[in-house]
Design a protein around this ligand. Structure first.
Ligand SMILES: N[C@@H](CCC(=O)N[C@@H](CS)C(=O)NCC(=O)O)C(=O)O
Length: 242
Protein backbone atom coordinates (compact mmCIF):
# COMPACT_ATOMS: atom_id res chain seq x y z
CA UNK A 1 0.00 0.00 0.00
CA UNK A 2 1.28 3.48 -0.75
CA UNK A 3 1.93 5.99 1.97
CA UNK A 4 -0.34 9.03 1.84
CA UNK A 5 2.42 11.29 3.15
CA UNK A 6 3.92 13.39 0.39
CA UNK A 7 7.21 15.17 -0.03
CA UNK A 8 8.29 17.09 -3.09
CA UNK A 9 11.34 16.77 -5.32
CA UNK A 10 14.53 15.53 -3.84
CA UNK A 11 13.18 14.65 -0.42
CA UNK A 12 14.58 11.83 1.66
CA UNK A 13 12.61 9.25 3.65
CA UNK A 14 12.10 6.70 0.91
CA UNK A 15 9.79 3.85 1.84
CA UNK A 16 11.00 0.29 2.13
CA UNK A 17 10.79 -1.70 -1.16
CA UNK A 18 7.56 -3.63 -0.54
CA UNK A 19 5.69 -0.38 0.02
CA UNK A 20 6.70 1.04 -3.34
CA UNK A 21 4.38 1.17 -6.28
CA UNK A 22 5.74 3.74 -8.67
CA UNK A 23 3.00 5.86 -10.17
CA UNK A 24 3.75 7.80 -13.36
CA UNK A 25 1.54 10.83 -13.84
CA UNK A 26 1.46 10.59 -17.59
CA UNK A 27 0.28 13.34 -19.92
CA UNK A 28 -0.54 12.20 -23.44
CA UNK A 29 1.99 13.10 -26.15
CA UNK A 30 4.55 14.34 -23.70
CA UNK A 31 7.93 13.96 -22.07
CA UNK A 32 6.53 11.40 -19.64
CA UNK A 33 6.73 8.80 -22.41
CA UNK A 34 10.46 8.68 -21.59
CA UNK A 35 9.72 7.66 -18.01
CA UNK A 36 7.50 4.77 -19.11
CA UNK A 37 10.25 3.67 -21.47
CA UNK A 38 12.95 3.67 -18.77
CA UNK A 39 10.69 1.78 -16.36
CA UNK A 40 10.19 -0.84 -19.07
CA UNK A 41 13.96 -1.04 -19.63
CA UNK A 42 14.44 -1.46 -15.88
CA UNK A 43 11.71 -4.09 -15.73
CA UNK A 44 10.02 -2.75 -12.62
CA UNK A 45 6.26 -2.66 -12.16
CA UNK A 46 4.52 0.71 -12.24
CA UNK A 47 1.10 2.28 -12.58
CA UNK A 48 0.20 4.83 -15.22
CA UNK A 49 -2.13 7.60 -14.14
CA UNK A 50 -3.26 9.23 -17.38
CA UNK A 51 -3.95 12.96 -17.92
CA UNK A 52 -5.13 14.49 -21.17
CA UNK A 53 -4.01 17.76 -22.69
CA UNK A 54 -6.68 20.37 -23.38
CA UNK A 55 -7.46 19.90 -27.07
CA UNK A 56 -7.27 23.64 -27.79
CA UNK A 57 -4.54 25.00 -25.52
CA UNK A 58 -2.56 21.73 -25.23
CA UNK A 59 -2.09 22.51 -21.53
CA UNK A 60 -2.10 19.81 -18.90
CA UNK A 61 -5.32 19.55 -16.86
CA UNK A 62 -5.38 21.38 -13.49
CA UNK A 63 -5.48 18.07 -11.58
CA UNK A 64 -1.77 17.70 -12.23
CA UNK A 65 -1.18 20.69 -9.96
CA UNK A 66 -2.53 18.65 -7.08
CA UNK A 67 0.35 16.24 -7.68
CA UNK A 68 3.09 18.85 -8.12
CA UNK A 69 2.74 22.66 -7.87
CA UNK A 70 3.97 23.25 -11.44
CA UNK A 71 1.33 20.96 -12.94
CA UNK A 72 3.68 19.64 -15.65
CA UNK A 73 4.38 16.12 -16.74
CA UNK A 74 6.23 13.93 -15.99
CA UNK A 75 5.84 13.51 -12.27
CA UNK A 76 6.30 10.25 -10.41
CA UNK A 77 5.21 9.16 -6.99
CA UNK A 78 7.37 6.51 -5.39
CA UNK A 79 5.95 5.84 -1.96
CA UNK A 80 6.20 9.10 -0.04
CA UNK A 81 8.40 10.75 -2.65
CA UNK A 82 6.96 12.89 -5.42
CA UNK A 83 9.46 13.92 -8.07
CA UNK A 84 9.09 16.12 -11.13
CA UNK A 85 11.50 17.07 -13.97
CA UNK A 86 12.23 14.29 -16.42
CA UNK A 87 16.02 14.37 -16.07
CA UNK A 88 15.78 14.15 -12.28
CA UNK A 89 13.24 11.33 -12.52
CA UNK A 90 15.35 9.33 -14.97
CA UNK A 91 18.48 9.76 -12.84
CA UNK A 92 16.60 8.82 -9.69
CA UNK A 93 15.14 5.66 -11.25
CA UNK A 94 18.49 4.64 -12.76
CA UNK A 95 20.36 5.11 -9.49
CA UNK A 96 17.68 3.52 -7.32
CA UNK A 97 16.62 0.59 -9.48
CA UNK A 98 19.26 0.23 -12.17
CA UNK A 99 21.67 -1.92 -10.15
CA UNK A 100 24.51 -0.50 -12.23
CA UNK A 101 22.70 -0.76 -15.55
CA UNK A 102 22.09 2.14 -17.95
CA UNK A 103 24.69 4.52 -16.43
CA UNK A 104 28.45 4.44 -17.05
CA UNK A 105 30.74 3.94 -14.06
CA UNK A 106 31.28 7.03 -11.91
CA UNK A 107 34.48 8.83 -12.84
CA UNK A 108 34.73 7.33 -16.33
CA UNK A 109 34.87 9.53 -19.47
CA UNK A 110 31.55 7.97 -20.51
CA UNK A 111 29.98 9.12 -17.26
CA UNK A 112 30.85 12.72 -18.09
CA UNK A 113 29.30 12.34 -21.53
CA UNK A 114 26.25 10.79 -19.86
CA UNK A 115 25.92 13.78 -17.52
CA UNK A 116 26.37 16.17 -20.42
CA UNK A 117 23.55 14.65 -22.51
CA UNK A 118 21.26 14.26 -19.51
CA UNK A 119 21.45 18.06 -19.12
CA UNK A 120 21.71 19.00 -22.77
CA UNK A 121 18.33 17.44 -23.62
CA UNK A 122 16.21 19.83 -21.55
CA UNK A 123 18.72 22.64 -20.99
CA UNK A 124 19.81 23.24 -24.61
CA UNK A 125 17.93 21.09 -27.12
CA UNK A 126 14.35 21.62 -25.99
CA UNK A 127 14.16 25.44 -25.66
CA UNK A 128 14.49 26.27 -29.40
CA UNK A 129 12.18 23.36 -30.28
CA UNK A 130 9.52 24.68 -27.90
CA UNK A 131 10.00 28.20 -29.28
CA UNK A 132 9.51 26.87 -32.80
CA UNK A 133 6.25 25.22 -31.75
CA UNK A 134 4.94 28.47 -30.25
CA UNK A 135 6.05 30.78 -33.05
CA UNK A 136 4.65 28.44 -35.70
CA UNK A 137 1.35 28.51 -33.83
CA UNK A 138 1.40 32.29 -33.63
CA UNK A 139 1.90 32.40 -37.41
CA UNK A 140 -1.04 30.09 -38.01
CA UNK A 141 -3.39 31.26 -35.28
CA UNK A 142 -3.04 35.06 -35.07
CA UNK A 143 -6.28 36.98 -35.71
CA UNK A 144 -6.72 37.84 -39.38
CA UNK A 145 -6.17 41.60 -39.09
CA UNK A 146 -2.85 41.36 -37.27
CA UNK A 147 -1.67 38.17 -38.98
CA UNK A 148 0.84 39.85 -41.33
CA UNK A 149 2.48 41.67 -38.41
CA UNK A 150 2.43 38.57 -36.22
CA UNK A 151 3.99 36.56 -39.03
CA UNK A 152 6.71 39.14 -39.62
CA UNK A 153 7.66 39.18 -35.93
CA UNK A 154 7.52 35.39 -35.67
CA UNK A 155 9.69 34.99 -38.78
CA UNK A 156 12.23 37.42 -37.39
CA UNK A 157 12.62 35.37 -34.22
CA UNK A 158 12.50 32.06 -36.08
CA UNK A 159 15.05 33.01 -38.72
CA UNK A 160 17.27 35.10 -36.47
CA UNK A 161 17.48 32.76 -33.50
CA UNK A 162 15.38 29.63 -33.38
CA UNK A 163 16.10 27.87 -36.68
CA UNK A 164 19.87 28.56 -36.73
CA UNK A 165 20.14 27.17 -33.20
CA UNK A 166 18.18 24.04 -34.06
CA UNK A 167 20.34 23.48 -37.13
CA UNK A 168 23.59 23.99 -35.22
CA UNK A 169 22.49 21.62 -32.48
CA UNK A 170 21.42 18.95 -34.97
CA UNK A 171 24.79 19.19 -36.71
CA UNK A 172 26.53 18.89 -33.35
CA UNK A 173 24.50 15.83 -32.29
CA UNK A 174 25.00 14.21 -35.68
CA UNK A 175 28.77 14.69 -35.26
CA UNK A 176 28.77 13.32 -31.72
CA UNK A 177 27.03 10.13 -32.84
CA UNK A 178 29.97 9.64 -35.20
CA UNK A 179 32.07 8.87 -32.10
CA UNK A 180 29.92 6.06 -30.70
CA UNK A 181 26.69 4.21 -31.31
CA UNK A 182 24.95 5.71 -28.27
CA UNK A 183 25.15 9.19 -26.80
CA UNK A 184 27.33 8.33 -23.80
CA UNK A 185 29.50 5.73 -25.50
CA UNK A 186 29.33 2.15 -26.81
CA UNK A 187 26.49 1.14 -24.45
CA UNK A 188 22.87 2.22 -24.37
CA UNK A 189 22.22 4.38 -21.28
CA UNK A 190 19.54 6.49 -19.67
CA UNK A 191 21.06 9.47 -21.54
CA UNK A 192 19.63 7.93 -24.74
CA UNK A 193 16.22 7.80 -23.09
CA UNK A 194 16.55 11.45 -22.06
CA UNK A 195 17.68 12.47 -25.55
CA UNK A 196 14.76 10.72 -27.23
CA UNK A 197 12.26 13.51 -26.66
CA UNK A 198 14.23 16.38 -28.25
CA UNK A 199 15.19 14.20 -31.20
CA UNK A 200 11.63 12.99 -31.72
CA UNK A 201 10.49 16.60 -31.47
CA UNK A 202 13.18 17.61 -33.98
CA UNK A 203 11.95 14.87 -36.30
CA UNK A 204 8.33 16.06 -35.93
CA UNK A 205 8.91 19.79 -36.26
CA UNK A 206 12.59 20.74 -36.23
CA UNK A 207 13.76 19.68 -39.67
CA UNK A 208 15.48 16.44 -38.69
CA UNK A 209 15.39 14.16 -41.72
CA UNK A 210 17.53 11.81 -43.84
CA UNK A 211 20.20 14.48 -44.26
CA UNK A 212 21.36 13.49 -40.76
CA UNK A 213 21.80 9.77 -41.24
CA UNK A 214 23.28 8.98 -37.82
CA UNK A 215 20.51 10.68 -35.89
CA UNK A 216 17.91 8.96 -38.06
CA UNK A 217 19.58 5.58 -37.51
CA UNK A 218 19.71 6.25 -33.75
CA UNK A 219 15.96 7.00 -33.79
CA UNK A 220 15.39 3.71 -35.58
CA UNK A 221 17.50 1.88 -33.01
CA UNK A 222 15.64 3.28 -30.04
CA UNK A 223 12.23 2.68 -31.64
CA UNK A 224 13.15 -0.95 -32.27
CA UNK A 225 13.88 -1.65 -28.60
CA UNK A 226 11.26 -3.98 -27.11
CA UNK A 227 11.04 -1.82 -23.97
CA UNK A 228 10.29 1.25 -26.11
CA UNK A 229 7.48 -0.66 -27.81
CA UNK A 230 6.07 -1.88 -24.50
CA UNK A 231 6.10 1.69 -23.18
CA UNK A 232 4.05 2.79 -26.20
CA UNK A 233 1.50 0.10 -25.38
CA UNK A 234 1.29 1.27 -21.78
CA UNK A 235 1.16 5.00 -22.56
CA UNK A 236 -1.26 4.93 -25.47
CA UNK A 237 -1.06 7.02 -28.61
CA UNK A 238 2.14 9.07 -28.78
CA UNK A 239 2.33 11.79 -31.36
CA UNK A 240 4.57 14.77 -30.90
CA UNK A 241 3.08 18.24 -31.17
CA UNK A 242 3.69 20.11 -34.41
N1 LIG B 1 11.77 20.37 -18.21
C1 LIG B 1 10.54 19.72 -17.80
C2 LIG B 1 9.44 20.16 -18.74
C3 LIG B 1 8.08 19.69 -18.32
C4 LIG B 1 7.02 20.10 -19.35
O1 LIG B 1 6.99 21.23 -19.87
N2 LIG B 1 6.11 19.16 -19.67
C5 LIG B 1 5.09 19.40 -20.65
C6 LIG B 1 4.78 18.12 -21.39
S1 LIG B 1 5.95 17.69 -22.57
C7 LIG B 1 3.78 19.78 -19.98
O2 LIG B 1 3.47 19.30 -18.92
N3 LIG B 1 3.00 20.62 -20.67
C8 LIG B 1 1.67 20.95 -20.30
C9 LIG B 1 1.53 22.32 -19.72
O3 LIG B 1 2.51 23.08 -19.70
O4 LIG B 1 0.42 22.65 -19.28
C10 LIG B 1 10.76 18.21 -17.79
O5 LIG B 1 11.64 17.75 -18.53
O6 LIG B 1 10.08 17.48 -17.06
Amino acid sequence: MRSKARTNAGSAGLPSPPERVIVVHHLNNSRSQRVLWLLEELGIPYEVKPYRRDAKTMHAPPELRAVHPLGKSPVISDGATTLAESGAILEYLTERYGAGRFAPAAGSPERLRYTYWMHFAEGSAMPPLVMKLFFDRIKKGAPFLVRPIARAIADQVLNGYVLPNIERQLDFMEGELGKSEWFAGPAFTTADVQMSFPLEAARARGGLDERRARLMAWLERIHARPAYQRALERGGRYELLR
